[in-house]
Design a protein around this ligand. Structure first.
Ligand code: GLN
Length: 296
């Protein structure tokens, strides 16, 4: 029963993704432009480097070679998911834009290790897997949960974080746990595990889907939904930003995050796994996480 439902849910999700793909062309174009711009920058930088090389020493040459030979590593994400990926105009992220967060830094470390320039594409969450499948992106780092259904379409790296789906309600709400959600309106970010699990448990008619988690939270503040189901870390950020919201203690579902690559891209997957292992062994992974998540 559960399995059949999940299959139906995935079919629905695919339909949504396709719709998002064709409907979201502006966003995709914007992302493409960013990638193209980044490529231009690389070309321009490479030219400069070539000019400099003529007069420079061997060390400079070696560095330039690494940069030009390496090319780009394109990470697709949905930068609306603090502290894993989000825009912060006061910072410069590893791709030179204002996209920062745990995933951005991990991808930055992978790119550095491979001698490539990181380019981050910020697109809709439910366009991420199609972006890998079409070969437009090399990897997805998006606080993406490993699920059996996604494993049909992509390969996942070793996991680098655990998460739980949390429930956010307004401070005066009588909802105290998952059992109280029956028959209530639940806001989710479209295509996320929060969406899939809530649809499974509470019925499609009770779910309101939003493009960003913060939009679902806004709907909760405006009284359009009774609760929001979303990953715990962004949940903490959103609740921290709004006095009238609270996070319930009861976890709704436990899960693990990993980086996704195109199915069969074992070369990149192995490289990603070795960087994840190195980051864990050296303590850098803890440092990255500690920079964005303060221990309770
Ligand atoms: N972990 C959730 C998922 O994989 C949500 C991720 C996100 O919104 N970026 O579906």
């Amino acid at each position: 029963m559960k399995k059949r439902f999940l299959t139906a849910a995935m079919a629905a999700l695919c339909a949504i993704s396709l719709a998002a793909c064709s409907g979201g062309s502006a966003e995709t174009t914007a992302a493409d432009t960013t990638a193209a711009e980044a490529a231009d920058t690389t070309a321009a930088e490479a030219e400069d480097t070539t000019a400099a090389e003529d007069a420079a020493e061997a060390e400079t040459e070696a560095e330039a070679e690494e940069n030009t030979e390496g090319g780009t590593l394109i990470m697709a994400t949905n930068a609306e998911f603090p502290p894993y990926e989000y825009h912060d105009s006061s910072q410069t992220g590893p791709d030179g834009t204002d996209i920062v967060g745990i995933d951005a830094e991990i991808a930055g470390a992978i790119a550095e290790k491979l001698g490539k320039e990181l380019v981050i594409e910020d697109i809709a969450f439910d366009s991420l897997i199609p972006e890998l499948q079409s070969g437009k992106a090399d990897l997805v780092a998006a606080g993406m949960t490993v699920t059996e259904d996604r494993l049909v379409n992509v390969d996942f790296s070793d996991t680098y974080a655990t998460a739980v789906q949390s429930i956010i309600v307004t401070s005066d709400s009588e909802i105290a746990g998952p059992d109280d959600l029956a028959g209530k309106k639940i806001g989710v970010q479209q295509g996320t595990t929060g969406d899939l699990y809530a649809t499974d448990d509470f019925g499609d008619e009770n779910i309101d889907r939003y493009p960003k988690g913060v939009d679902a939270v806004q709907a909760l503040i405006q009284g359009k939904v009774d609760a929001v189901i979303i990953d715990n870390e962004p949940a903490k950020v959103f609740v921290g930003d709004n006095d009238n919201l609270k996070l319930l203690d009861t976890a709704y579902a436990e899960e693990e995050y990993a980086i996704a690559v195109k199915k069969g891209n074992t070369e990149l997957l192995d490289q990603i796994n070795s960087v994840i292992q190195e980051l864990k062994d050296s303590g850098e992974m803890d440092e990255i996480i500690g920079k964005y998540i303060t221990a309770e």
